[in-house]
Design a protein around this ligand. Sequence first.
Ligand SMILES: C[S@@+](CC[C@H](N)C(=O)[O-])C[C@H]1O[C@@H](n2cnc3c(N)ncnc32)[C@H](O)[C@@H]1O
Length: 241
Amino acid sequence: MYTFTDEFISDQRKLEFLKANMMGPNAMRISEEMASYLKIQEGMRVLDLGCGCGLSTLLLVQKYGATVFAADLWISPTENHERFQAIGIENKAIPVSVDATKGLPFANGYFDVLFSVDAYHYFGRTPEMLPSLIPYVKKGGYIAVAIPGWQRALVNGVPEELKPFFSEEDAETFQTLEWWKSLWGTADGVEMVDCREMACCKQAWEEWLASSNPYAVGDMGILEAEQGRYMNLVQLIAKVV
Ligand SMILES: C[S@@+](CC[C@H](N)C(=O)[O-])C[C@H]1O[C@@H](n2cnc3c(N)ncnc32)[C@H](O)[C@@H]1O
C-alpha cells in the first residue's frame, strides 16, 4: 500500500515540514488511517474542520486529489494560504476562518466528506454539535472524526502519573469510545458506520514527541507515564442519510 505519511518521514526536508506543522499527535498519520476507511476520490469536496496548520489538508489534496476547505479557528487563513502556496497545493486547498460553535459559512449539502482530526473534542462534546454539521454534508456523504480519548472513563479524576500532563479541565476534553458512540447515536439524519480505536495511536504520539514544538516538549514523558494504559485515539464515521 502506498503510505503517503512514510514518504514524509523519509526525506529530511519533508520531515522538517511535518515537524514544524504538527500541533499534536501526527495529524498526517491519523488522517491517512482514517481516510483509508472512506472512499475519497479526485474532485470530491472535503471540509477539513479544525485543520490547524493543514497537514490533513495536504494529505487529502495530494494523496486523494480532493478539493479541501481548510477551516480553523486558531490558525489564520493567511498563514495557511502561505503554507499551501509554499507546497504548491493552493489551487485545491482553500483556507477559511471558522468557529464551529458559531455556524459555518457554507451551503447546505456542499461537502462529500466532513473530516476532522484532533479538533472535534474541543468543540464537539455537546449533543447539538453533530446535528449542526449534518446539513453541510450531502446525503450519502460522511462525517469522519478522529480524536484523542481515554481507553476507560477516569472515574477518580486524573491518575497521579498523568497529573504532570493533564489538568482536570484538559482531561475532560478526552472521552471514551463508548461515550462518543452514545453521543453520536442520538443524532437524527446520520447512521454510524464505524466507531473504533485507531491503530496509529502510539506512533502518532511518538512522532509528535519527536518534534521540537514547545507543547511537544511539555508532553515529553507522557508515553512512559501512561504505559499504554490510558490514552487512545477514537475514530467515528457517520453516513448522512
Ligand atoms: C490540537 S489542534 C490540531 C490541529 C490539526 N487538526 C492537527 O491535528 O494538527 C486543534 C485545532 O482545533 C481547532 N479548533 C478548536 N476549537 C475550534 C472551533 N470552535 N472551531 C474550529 N476549529 C477549532 C483549533 O483552531 C486547532 O487548530
